[in-house]
Design a protein around this ligand. Sequence first.
Ligand SMILES: Cc1cc2nc3c(=O)[nH]c(=O)nc-3n(C[C@H](O)[C@H](O)[C@H](O)COP(=O)(O)OP(=O)(O)OC[C@H]3O[C@@H](n4cnc5c(N)ncnc54)[C@H](O)[C@@H]3O)c2cc1C
Length: 466
Amino acid sequence: MKPKHVVIVGGGISGLTTAFWLKQGGANVTILERDHIPGGTMHTLREGGWLVEAGPNSALETTPVFKEMFAVLGIKDEHRYADPASNKRYILRNGRLHQLPMSASLFFRSRLWSVPGKLRLLKEPFVGRADREETVAEFVERRLGREFLDYAINPFVAGVFAGNPEQLSVRTAFPKLYALEGKYGGLVKGMIGGARERKKRAEVAKDRAQMFSFASGMQVFPDALARYLGMAVQCDCEVTRLMIRKGGAESLPPFSVEYTLGGKSSVLDADGLVMAVPAYAAASLLESHVPVLAAQMRAVYYPPVAEVFLGYRADQCAQPLDGFGYLIPAKERRQILGTIWSSSLFPGRAPEGHIGLTTFVGGSRQPDLVSLSEAKLVALVRSELGALMGVRGEPAYAHVERWEKAIPQYNLGHSKLHDAIDNLEATFPGLAVCSNYRGGIAVGDCVKNGKATAEKLLGLSRAAGQ
Ligand SMILES: Cc1cc2nc3c(=O)[nH]c(=O)nc-3n(C[C@H](O)[C@H](O)[C@H](O)COP(=O)(O)OP(=O)(O)OC[C@H]3O[C@@H](n4cnc5c(N)ncnc54)[C@H](O)[C@@H]3O)c2cc1C
């Protein structure tokens, strides 16, 4: 049965997208968002000609859902694809930046891996299946060898999850990669078969999808969603308690949501409820109803990350900024995870004649670094940029954004949490969980899952995250 009123707890991109599709489907919806603006981690700052992304710097167009939404929201004109040069990415090895090869011939000429490391890849089609749940590191080392793990997957995982391949579960963190082995018996065979299937679903693999942002930054997207949803988005409203009734008296609604606004407590009744908050926030709200699940949610690790944006005159940097930027393998023992060459990706990120560099510090590799003072973080990044890119002198602009709990880690055993959430939704019809700890952390995953969540609540299709 189609719900008459759905309350969504959390107005990040997951909650906003769910609300968009519910409204499109004719449902009445209210988002309760704790902060004074919606968007969650998707937040852009503009200051004196500099444009700084506090959260995601861009998104990959992995799903047609983006374009469907941008057309309705009227933001197609603001949409910008990244400079084609952004396909060029670098990895640090022995203190030098090496281009990540994007074709077979570049791969064989690359000095990023040794000859035995490259030859090891030829064995991949002949490696058998695993008989237990593996970490990303175990899976990659078994199929592709240690060197590929150290100098391709380790830095990639740091770039996507700010995570550690020795802890992440391959099945939940990279489900499509994992499925290639299960379904096709190997990565090479699977890439061929998988491409055919994606074509049928009009989806694009992450390594082929185009990267995009907006002329005025990523926040254009949540801002446009908030305009479209109008009074349905209620900011400064922190949800403090949920009342969930299963098979109760007919006169009572299945859900009541208590929230505070300006120190005053209020209650909203609903016949649909979407939890679009981080796992630790959902745990507090669900504790009294499903304590075992709440404990599983609370156990999800969110490592801290600092994004340090530094602006320089172009002539202060010796490195040609001819790509996306670089990632750093743990083996290189540096104090940063990598740097995005922000001003080379999209126009308008730095004043004329200047460059903007976004460097990531911390993650599950070096979480303690994030608690350094702002001055020490800037000094640390300046020293690393000097050593790796030949950046000299004082920055013209600096901004530090610290995320104490940045990105959920889909560590070994995370699939048990996914199963428990499926069970929760089956037990309480009308209740849905849509957040980046389920079904993928990328903006494209959140958007795809937001649409699937709305369709499920509207009785149109299967669950999100499946
Ligand atoms: C530093 C960083 C860089 C990233 N870079 C990229 C990138 O380049 N590309 C990419 O695709 N992805 C990137 N990501 C990941 C992506 O941005 C996130 O996964 C996605 O934005 C999460 O959206 P969400 O709505 O699920 O959660 P959130 O954005 O966390 O939103 C949850 C919302 O719930 C609200 N909330 C919490 N508790 C309550 C409560 N009790 N009551 C009411 N509201 C509450 C919060 O205020 C918040 O607004 C990055 C993430 C981070 C942190």
